[in-house]
Design a protein. Structure first.
Length: 281
């Protein structure tokens, strides 16, 4: 009877993620970031909060020269590039070729040779074929969109010889707050948020992985040169294609962007979870 009362957190995660993906016109992953232009816009966008998160992650990971790091959902190299600068040998996995192209271009420009890229969804990666485990550090930073999350976490744990670090949302970040506010006006249907860090911790606990958890503030400030720049930034992410939809975005940003010395700021705050564990031995 007791076991019947324990929630199946993997099913809860999958149900919430399925609901999220049922949001009309919602795009993510390779569908959103596969093209170079959109990936470049993401890579070059000024977000002061991102710099703080990277600094926190680098302090957490504490790599030494020669450490082998697996970066799952690397994007354009947000963590992979500074980890490689610190002397780590980094394998960067991402489903979006546009993101990996930006990463390779940035590495080439800096003369960084310690990064290997692997394109694909994590749940479709075969460690024996595509990777070279074990890794001293495995990190997945805001990239946990796998439907079968328990299996995905098990593979992360299996390929690690040292520690595993997960960074994920504890509540709605700025972009989800924006989606919750505007999606119905844009598409005539509500936006359904992604599952959050409570699911992750409980899934790991059920796997016998008693992870450490630290909650941190997530500052969501993004800077734009003009209102139209903000519209151009969010239009692809929010599947905005018509003049009416662009007008909805434009009106919102005219009201909510705050002028600062270095541009127009869209600001918000939330919380993210740093979840990590050390492999035995």
């Amino acid at each position: 009877m007791k076991d019947q009362l324990v929630p199946d957190w993997n099913k809860i995660w999958k149900r919430r993620l399925t609901l999220n993906r049922s949001t009309p016109e919602f795009r993510e992953g390779a569908d959103l970031w596969g093209g170079r232009e959109q990936a470049r816009r993401y890579a070059t966008r000024s977000e002061p909060g991102r710099n703080a998160r990277v600094a926190e992650a680098l302090q957490d990971l504490n790599v030494a020269p020669g450490d082998r790091v697996l970066d799952i959902g690397s994007g354009p190299g947000t963590l992979a590039l500074p980890l490689a600068r610190a002397g780590a040998a980094v394998t960067a996995v991402d489903p979006a070729e546009g993101m990996l192209a930006e990463l390779r271009a940035a590495a080439e420009q800096e003369g960084i040779t310690g990064i290997t890229t692997v394109q694909g969804l994590w749940e479709e990666i075969d460690p024996a074929r595509d990777l070279a485990p074990p890794y001293d550090r495995v990190v997945a930073s805001f990239s946990l969109s796998m439907p079968e999350i328990r299996s995905a976490l098990a593979v992360m744990d299996a390929v690690a010889s040292g520690s595993v670090y997960l960074y994920w949302f504890a509540d709605e970040p700025l972009w989800e707050q924006l989606y919750l506010t505007l999606w119905d006006d844009l598409h005539g249907a509500p936006y359904y948020p992604r599952p959050k860090a409570d699911c992750l911790f409980n899934i790991l606990y059920g796997m016998g992985i008693y992870a450490n958890v630290l909650m941190r503030p997530l500052e969501g400030t993004t800077l734009f040169a003009t209102v139209e720049d903000a519209v151009e930034h969010f239009a692809p992410r929010m599947s905005v294609t018509t003049p009416r939809q662009r007008a909805v975005l434009r009106d919102y940003f005219r009201e909510h962007l705050v002028r600062q010395a270095d541009g127009l700021a869209l600001a918000g705050s939330s919380t993210y979870a740093s979840i990590w564990w050390q492999k035995p031995g």
